[in-house]
Design a protein around this ligand. Structure first.
Ligand code: SRM
Ligand code: SF4
Length: 568
């Protein structure tokens, strides 16, 4: 077998695609089916969309000999999760006009629309672009939406980090004109085109980048392929620690796949950030595994070649040695809810959006509330990496009107909820995700309610314990960093993981495999009872189960302590 034929089939699709064009135009125009041609189903991901079908009705339609209920998920590219009120209103209108009546905030600070049918894909994407929101590279084997700390306190550093987030996103963006040709009726310039950074086959697999601003690790920096940890001294951004090779995804029962925490490579100045990002990305482009897709992320390249090899390859591309990493200290990876005042004197309201789903349901009319706020808001909206929302940059005089609009629509910031509920995450899962093995988003409220009852019984109602649920081990809600995680195995069955910390610096460990809800709750009950009576002051549940030997100590990030911490 030649090397060429051993490549993963997706490599062939990319090679033949003429820089992501494929036969997408023909597929979109085909009225006979709601689906795309097979290769185009891969290519459309690079344009920010996935073909899906409604799994709730899949069997019924099969029995009726109908094709599956195909529709498309559209994901935006929204560096740092920031959008204007006008953009919000445009997306809100599209949710009704073309999608399933809801907006979804993702764990990478983007929007998703679900349920868009094929013939309405183009008007939907065009309408997004009309308000300057594009979808290119939101999915596919490219650099994805770049995340940035959503902490509204550190206004000056945050603004600078956001600037670098946008610059990195632009720098690592594919240059193909295919997107404009297909969705925006752009001029056809294929003959003269090049893809200077990626080349014609793009990356071996998806690639994810984020910027964190300590002490907040809301972006879960150690789960990213490429990370920049801002080093801020006396309010001035000095540069960033460069991290590489984090990732969450794995396959049940396949020990060659695993979640991994990123390594810290060194320190870069702000002026070196873009080149450093490019050097890491192109190293992965050239050395990532293009044969076995499930080994194609940067984390496996590093596991195979070693972190020292990666550092020297990155330094060779940069033409200089990286400076040593600086000490960093993270305190937590959650959001802070309610109103806070930033350095500039403006106010920011973080609201809890359960599982990121913005809909009008059960008297809690989030969509109407946020649309009404967008009509009067002069600041911006920021999606957090925990699927919540910051209504940012509000003048003191305008706070009361925002509170009143929330109240009028039956919602609030959530501050009165238990910390468990406030911090819990769940991936989308069923009915749209084709890879889901169990419920996640639709199960979050029910499960967290039951766990909360157990905690109340043990006097732990106000103790923050991080819970994350995913419908499969791909890890879209970064479950392997949580203190308690449920990872879907089969309908109604989950693997139970314990032992993450609240700073996103330690992986958890599987405690029980393939169990149902009653067994999950009975497994947790005695541990919570013990935790309630024997925990140290400020000891997290994840730290506790390790100290007590309930699980073996899992991998964690080697800490570079600050000078004050290392002093006796
Ligand atoms: Fe994810 C695939 C949803 C963040 C790891 N992810 C999927 C797909 C597209 C299923 C598919 O391939 O057909 C899911 C679409 C469900 C739907 O109906 O909407 C999906 N992922 C999501 C979102 C919407 C979860 C959410 O509830 O918010 C997040 C969208 C982020 C965004 O705006 O770009 C999302 N996915 C993540 C994260 C978290 C992160 O990036 O910080 C991870 C873990 C980090 C990582 O990549 O290791 C993640 N998603 C995966 C994987 C495993 C990748 C791997 O190499 O291990 C898959 C499966 C794959 O790529 O084959 C996947
Ligand atoms: Fe789908 Fe699995 Fe990701 Fe959940 S974790 S959205 S089930 S791929």
């Amino acid at each position: 077998m030649s090397h060429e034929s051993a490549l993963s089939p997706v490599e062939g699709i990319k090679t033949r695609s003429r820089l992501l064009r494929g036969t997408l135009l023909e597929s979109l125009a085909d009225p006979v089916t709601g689906a795309l041609a097979e290769d185009d189903q891969t290519l459309i991901k690079f344009h920010g969309s996935y073909q899906q079908d409604d799994r709730d009705v899949r069997e019924e339609r099969r029995q009726q000999k109908l094709e599956p209920a195909y529709s498309f998920m559209i994901r935006t590219r929204l560096p740092g999760g920031v959008c204007t009120p006008q953009q919000w209103l445009a997306l809100d209108a599209l949710a009704d006009q073309y999608a399933n009546g809801s907006l979804r905030l993702t764990t990478r600070q983007a929007f998703q629309l679900h349920g868009v049918i094929k013939r309405e894909l183009k008007p939907t994407i065009a309408a997004m672009n009309a308000v300057l929101i594009d979808t290119i590279a939101a999915c596919g084997d490219v650099n994805r939406n770049v995340m940035s700390a959503a902490n509204p306190y550190l206004s000056a550093a945050h603004a600078e980090a956001l600037g670098w987030t946008r610059a990195l996103s632009d720098h690592l963006l594919p240059k193909t004109h295919a997107y404009r040709e297909i969705w925006l009726d752009g001029e056809k310039i294929e003959a003269t085109e090049e893809e200077p950074m990626y080349g014609p086959t793009y990356l071996p697999r998806k690639f994810k980048a984020a910027i964190a601003i300590p002490p907040l690790n809301d972006v879960d920096i150690y789960s990213q392929d490429l990370g920049f940890i801002a080093i801020v001294e006396d309010g001035v951004l000095q540069g960033f620690n460069l991290t590489v090779g984090g990732g969450m995804g794995s396959t049940h029962g396949d020990t060659t796949t695993f979640p991994r925490l990123a390594d810290t490579l060194g320190f870069v100045t702000p002026g070196q950030l873009l080149a450093a990002g490019e050097a890491v990305l192109t190293t992965q482009r050239d050395f990532g595994n293009r044969i076995v897709r499930k080994h194609a992320r940067l984390k496996y390249t590093i596991e195979t070649q070693g972190v020292d090899w990666l550092r020297s390859e990155v330094e060779r591309r940069l033409g200089y040695a990286l400076a040593p990493a600086r000490p960093v200290r993270f305190e937590h990876n959650g959001d802070r809810f309610g109103w806070v005042q930033g350095e500039s004197g403006q106010w920011h309201l973080t609201v809890r959006i359960e599982a990121g789903r913005i809909a009008d349901r059960g008297g809690r009319n989030w969509r109407q509330a946020l649309a009404a706020i967008a009509r009067i808001h002069h600041g911006e909206f920021r999606i957090t990496p925990n699927q919540n929302l910051v209504i940012a940059n509000v003048a003191d005089a305008e706070r009361a009107a925002i509170d009143a609009l929330l109240h009028a629509h039956g919602v609030d910031s959530g501050v009165a909820q238990s910390p468990l509920r406030l911090n819990a995450l769940a991936c989308v899962s069923l009915p749209t995700c084709p890879l889901a093995m169990a419920e996640a988003e639709r199960y979050l409220a029910e499960f967290s309610g039951k766990l909360e009852q157990l905690m109340v019984g043990h006097g732990l109602r106000d103790v923050p314990i991080g819970l994350r649920i995913t419908g499969c081990p791909n890890g879209c809600a970064r479950p392997f960093l949580a203190e308690i995680a449920l990872v879907g195995k089969a309908p109604g069955r989950y693997n139970l993981y314990l032992g993450g910390d609240r700073r996103g610096q330690r992986l958890n460990v599987m405690y029980r495999e393939n169990i149902v809800e009653a067994d999950i709750l009975s497994a947790l009950d005695p541990l919570l009872a013990d935790y309630a009576s024997a925990r140290g002051s400020d000891e997290g549940f994840g730290d506790f189960v390790i100290r007590k030997g309930v699980i073996a100590a899992p991998p964690s990030v080697p800490l570079l302590h600050t000078a004050s911490e290392t002093q006796p």
